[in-house]
Structures are given as C-alpha cells and as structure tokens.
Write a protein that binds this ligand. Structure first.
Ligand SMILES: Nc1ncnc2c1ncn2[C@@H]1O[C@H](COP(=O)(O)OS(=O)(=O)O)[C@@H](OP(=O)(O)O)[C@H]1O
Length: 299
C-alpha cells in the first residue's frame, strides 16, 4: 500500500519576473541547457501560449508523421514523451542532454511555450519549421485558470476575478498572452518557415487545418490516412485516450478539472461577467493594435 506520509508535499511555486516575463523555476532551472539546445534542420517546433491547443496540434503532427509505425507506439508512449517539452528535462537527464536527444524518430517534434525572444537561436539558424497555435484571449484565459486550479506544479490561480486581472496584466507563467501572440506574429515578417494557426479554425474545420498543415510540411497522406488522423484527434477520443489526456501526470488532479476539459470556443461566456467583459475589451483594444491578428470568440 502507498505510504501517503512519505509523499512529498510540494508547495505551489511562486511566479517571478525573468527578463520581463513571468516564470516559475521549473522552466528556468535548465536555462543554459535550453538556450544551448542544438536544433537539427528537420526539427519541427510547436510553439504556443499555454492552453492554446498544444496537445491537439502535437497529436495531429505525431500521427501525420508516425501513425504508420503501428499501434504499439500509439498505445504505450504518452504523447508528452513523443513530443517533448523544450523547457523541462523530464525525466532528469545528465547535464547537456535532454529528452529530445533520446527521440528515436525523425523529424523530432518539440513543444515550447517560450515567448519568441527566448527561443534557442539554433532553431532559427537551422531554419527549422515552426508551427504556432494561437487561441482567443478569453477562452485561453479560462482554460489557463482551470489548468492552474488542478495542476499543483503551477502557481495558485486564486479566484477567477483575481486570475483574470493577472492575465490582463501579463502576470502569468510564460508572460503576457498579448506579448506572446504579437511577438510570434511579428516573427512571420522575417521568418518564412512558419505556419501560424488558430484554435478556433481547428474547431471550425479540423480537416481543412490538417490540409493546411500538410501543405506547409509537404506531406501528402492518402485520403484514408487523413480520415484516420481526423477521427483520432476529436476531443472525445483524445479525452478517452490515456496517452493524450495527461492521466499519467502526477502533479495534475483531474478530479478538480480534467486536462481535456471542454474543448470549445465561447466557454468564456460562462465565466466573464458583463463588467469584466467590458473592462477586458477596453484593455484589449489598447494592447492589440496589429491588424493581422484577428481572433474569433464564437463559431
Ligand atoms: N481535440 C481537441 N479538441 C478541442 N479542444 C482540445 C482538443 N485537445 C485539447 N483541447 C483543449 O485544449 C486546451 C489545452 O491546451 P494545451 O494542449 O495547449 O495545454 S498545455 O499548454 O499543453 O498544457 C484545453 O482547453 P479547455 O477545454 O478549454 O480547457 C483542451 O480541452
């Protein structure tokens, strides 16, 4: 039987300012390793603000590249081991190595939540392909709030109204949503090997978005292969799938809120009061002046 008295009780981490971006030590303690990461030309970086659709797009890419390797891989290796997280070495590896070095498959799919200015320079030097996923700020905030409630590896979110205020002020792990989506969008001007996509578009027409990804990545799956990917990545299937629903992750208490929570556009309407919504919209106008970046709040 488990000895619960010997279990480590980990206090919630504190947010601190790291070169102008909110961070917790989990994501900065390997900073030199991260910055010295040696990207390979065929690496694919999946970049997102937390809760924007990382897992969804990771799974789509994993299946497009590796579904042919058979069911064993799909049923025995959690997605977060197939698509490692650049910012953490888990399990801990000797200094200078990381999970991505151990990946047996190419291309390596690598996930990051870093704001664009923190991305290790080798990704740019090697001209790696980059897929960025953005989600409308209101749903993104709601999803992040529920995630922090259930993941003890994240700071305590407090009440919804407190959390929302912090979100607007950019006092979040990985910094301001506004800076993140804008910073990555500006990168499009100077870096062409880049596909910027939206969570709302995936919800509207996942097949179309898979087609766009394939054309960016020069992949040509058969219609049957494409249908199989599409069927595997529905919200319901990913929620049931132990390899994609993070049920293997210790720090998450999914009885508080499941990782695969709602998967909808517009759940913000169940959280924002009218006053909060007005204040949010007013503040948003000040911060989001880039005409290239238009988000949808309902489908
Ligand atoms: N297949 C599919 N369809 C629709 N929605 C999906 C899907 N997969 C993940 N999700 C939703 O994405 C939210 C989690 O975001 P991330 O994967 O970016 O989280 S993380 O940053 O990697 O922790 C989280 O959003 P919310 O439900 O709004 O909380 C997930 O439910």
């Amino acid at each position: 039987t488990a000895n619960y008295d010997q279990m480590e009780v980990r206090p919630r981490p504190e947010l601190f300012d790291f070169h102008g971006v909110g961070m917790i030590t989990d994501f900065t303690e390997n900073w030199d390793n991260i910055q010295n990461f040696k990207a390979r030309p065929d690496d694919i970086l999946i970049a997102t603000y937390p809760k924007a659709g990382t897992t969804w797009v990771s799974y789509i890419l994993d299946l497009l590249y590796f579904a042919h390797m058979g069911q064993d891989r799909q049923t025995s290796i959690p997605l977060h081991d197939r698509v490692p997280f650049l910012e953490i070495c888990e399990p801990p590896m000797p200094k200078g190595t990381d999970l991505a070095d151990k990946l047996p498959t190419t291309p390596r799919l690598i996930k990051t939540h870093l704001p664009v200015q923190f991305v290790p320079k080798s990704f740019w030097e090697q001209r790696c392909r980059v897929v960025y996923v953005a989600r409308n700020a209101k749903d993104n905030a709601v999803s992040y709030f529920h995630f922090e409630r259930m993941d003890s590896g994240m700071p305590e979110p407090g009440k919804w109204s407190t959390f929302l205020q912090n979100f607007m002020e950019g006092k979040m792990v990985f910094g301001s949503w506004y800076d993140h989506v804008n910073g990555w969008c500006e990168k499009k001007q100077t870096y062409s090997n880049f596909h910027y996509m939206f969570y709302e578009d995936l919800i509207e027409d996942c097949g179309r978005e898979i087609d766009r990804l394939c054309s960016f990545l020069s992949l040509s799956p058969s219609p049957e292969e494409k249908e199989r990917v599409k069927a595997s990545v529905t919200f319901d299937n990913m929620k049931q799938n132990k390899m994609t629903n993070y049920s293997t992750f210790d720090s998450m208490n999914q009885t508080i809120s499941p990782f695969m929570r709602k998967g909808k556009v517009g759940d913000w309407k169940n959280h924002f009061t009218v006053a909060q919504n007005e204040q949010f919209d007013e503040d948003y106008k000040q911060k989001m002046k880039n005409p290239d970046l238009k988000f949808r709040y309902e489908i």
